[in-house]
Design a protein around this ligand. Structure first.
Ligand SMILES: *Cc1c(COP(=O)(O)O)cnc(C)c1O
Length: 313
């Protein structure tokens, strides 16, 4: 039913396995889906979205690929990596927010030679107008990817991920993922409804946008592309933002330490640490049964781990 073209960027299927020490610590079966290990740059969830979005850019004959986000955007870094591999020229028009210095993902952007422009605004309209201005200045055709790659087409990447998980034959009761621009959660919710019946999705919000509106819109948009009318599956939103988007939280840092000590797996302070803190919070509140299978989607973010000043943490 999905006939949208994709380019091949990542190494799929990504590994998925049960975490024995974490399961013992949390009193339920904790599994992990390692989309951080998908083989492009430092990996992460944006690769599945970009396989659709960059195929669309190629189909439209784009010369420039532009996207946006904050300074340490994993999505922008991965868009640059994917575009360069396909012979497309990346321009990252980033919001001048967060850690703009040459740290974390900015190091990778520089090593790739990706052009980075900072715009001091919080308005995406201003950002998209700047993208059009740059493209006109160059006289080149541009393909614009929204923040996080979260539009209905990009969302299909996580519908595919759920199909990939279903092929393992493991039955899941809960799936927990980070929610930053909404596409991953939306694709996970739609894909779980289609391929993993019985799995309830919790989207751990790491930003303060109105996800109760954004996520259902993306679910409907992606379902529309697929021509399915799954309706709007039930899902849960959990506020794990803490002191603010991309600002490390104490709960998130505790989750990072726990995962690293028990399982040797690296989480990040912006997304996966806070999302896993959500899973820990649910486990401690008794939301999971001892024989439940609870899947954590590791969506990447390693570059962001090396951006903040950890002397404070
Ligand atoms: C972007 C991102 C997310 C959130 O995914 P969205 O689809 O934007 O909600 C989660 N984890 C990491 C590491 C990310 O870079």
């Amino acid at each position: 039913m999905n006939t949208y073209p994709k380019v091949s960027l990542g190494l799929f299927p990504t590994p998925m396995y049960r975490l024995p020490n974490m399961s013992r610590a949390l009193g339920t079966n904790v599994w992990i889906k390692r989309d951080d290990l998908c083989g492009v740059a430092l990996g992460g969830n944006k690769v599945r979205k970009l396989e659709y979005l960059l195929a669309d850019a190629q189909a439209q004959g784009a010369e420039l690929v532009m996207t946006t986000g904050q300074a340490q955007s994993n999505h922008a870094m991965l868009t640059a990596a994917g575009a360069l591999r396909l012979g497309l020229e990346p321009v990252l028009v980033l919001k001048k927010r967060g850690i703009c210095a040459c740290r974390g993902n900015q190091i990778l952007n520089r090593l790739m030679g990706a052009e980075v422009r900072f715009v001091d605004t919080d308005s995406y309209d201003t950002i998209y107008a700047e993208m059009d201005r740059i493209a006109a200045e160059r006289g080149k055709s541009v393909y614009k990817i929204p923040c996080g790659g979260s539009n209905p087409l990009g969302t299909l990447g996580y519908v595919d991920c759920m199909r990939e998980i279903a092929e393992s034959g493991v039955r899941f009761d809960h799936i927990v993922c980070a929610c930053g621009s909404g596409g991953t959660a939306a694709g996970t919710i739609l894909g779980a409804a289609l391929f993993l019946p019985g799995a309830r999705v919790t989207a751990a919000m790491v930003d303060s946008d109105p996800f109760d509106r954004i996520v259902p819109e993306l679910v409907r948009g992606a379902a529309g592309l697929l021509g399915t009318d799954a309706g709007l599956p039930a899902f849960d939103l959990l506020d794990m933002c803490g002191p603010g988007y991309s600002i490390p939280s104490e709960a998130g840092n505790e989750a990072i330490r726990l995962m690293l000590r028990l399982e040797g797996i690296v989480l990040d302070p912006c997304y996966t640490g806070k999302a896993f803190a959500g899973l820990v919070q649910l486990a401690r509140a008794g939301a999971f049964q001892p024989d439940d299978n609870v899947l954590f989607l590791h969506t990447g973010g390693a570059g962001g781990l090396f951006a903040p000043d950890w002397e404070q943490a």
